[in-house]
Design a protein around this ligand. Structure first.
Ligand SMILES: Nc1ncnc2c1ncn2[C@@H]1O[C@H](COP(=O)(O)OP(=O)(O)OP(=O)(O)O)[C@@H](O)[C@H]1O
Ligand SMILES: [Mg+2]
Length: 234
């Protein structure tokens, strides 16, 4: 369903992605692993067609349609949601305002404010709180909820567990696994290997802008050592 082929992305003259290819199929949770600065966020931003980085070569096929010439808004309207690294909420907008600011083209999968608030009871209790009044965990829930409100078939999540307490990380893992079971596809950027192992069906390791390893959950169960080696964990 998402097919990234030979993607080359740049910031100015800096060539950051060197021919990345990967795919995410319907209902799969796919983890994108890699150490700091390896190009994970660059890949997510390239897929969303954000102004930076510049993609100079390659192809981004989404259900057969080329995304390369679309705007970020048009990408979102194709039901690709984004949970950006660092959450990117608005400090002065309330929880409910965050959830109602983007209107889906049509509510195919039935995501509504009340369904999102049912999923995140903590947010329901704080629905009139502003972005800057929420804890780190609540902000991450809201960032996920906001992405669901565009009624996605694929969500790109960029390090959602970053900076969260272990109990919130576990809660998030449950949510990601539950969303995966509803048929939603998720491309999950993670530095937390154990979080990724808990939820993902397949794995890619990115190193200096190249995919250096790809494996299924079953393959990793058999042989975790090779994955750890590619991540530089000993
Ligand atoms: N706006 C930018 N302008 C110039 N270079 C950038 C910019 N953003 C990222 N880079 C560079 O591109 C490379 C990849 O960065 P990227 O943010 O994609 O890494 P990452 O894998 O997401 O890292 P992290 O795990 O720390 O979030 C790094 O060398 C980084 O310094
Ligand atoms: Mg990043």
């Amino acid at each position: 369903m998402l097919e990234v082929r030979n993607l080359h992305s740049f910031y100015g003259d800096a060539h950051v992605l060197h021919g990345v290819s990967l795919e995410v199929n319907s209902g799969e949770v796919v983890a994108l692993l890699g150490r700091n600065g390896m190009g994970k966020t660059t890949l997510i931003r390239s897929i969303m067609r954000l102004a930076q980085p510049q993609v100079r070569e390659g192809s981004l096929l989404w259900n057969g349609e080329e995304l390369m010439h679309l705007t970020p808004h048009e990408v979102a309207s194709r039901r690709i949601g984004l949970v950006p690294q660092g959450r990117r909420l608005f400090p002065s907008l309330s929880v409910v305002e965050h959830l109602t600011m983007l209107k889906p083209a049509s509510a195919k999968h039935g995501w509504t404010v009340s369904r999102v608030l049912d999923m995140f009871p903590r947010l329901a209790e704080r629905k009139n709180h502003r972005g800057n009044q929420l804890s780190g965990g609540e902000r991450q829930m809201l960032a996920v909820g906001r992405a669901l409100m565009i009624d996605p078939e694929l969500i790109l999540m960029d390090e959602p567990s970053e900076g969260l307490a272990p109990v919130m990380v576990q809660h998030l893992e449950t949510i990601i696994a539950d969303l995966g079971r509803t048929g939603l596809a998720i491309l999950l950027v993670e530095q937390n290997l154990y979080s990724a192992l808990a939820v993902a069906n397949r794995f890619y390791v990115l190193e200096t802008g190249k995919v250096v390893h790809a494996a299924t959950a079953a393959e990793i169960k058999e042989n975790q050592a090779s994955l750890l080696r590619f991540l530089g964990v000993h």
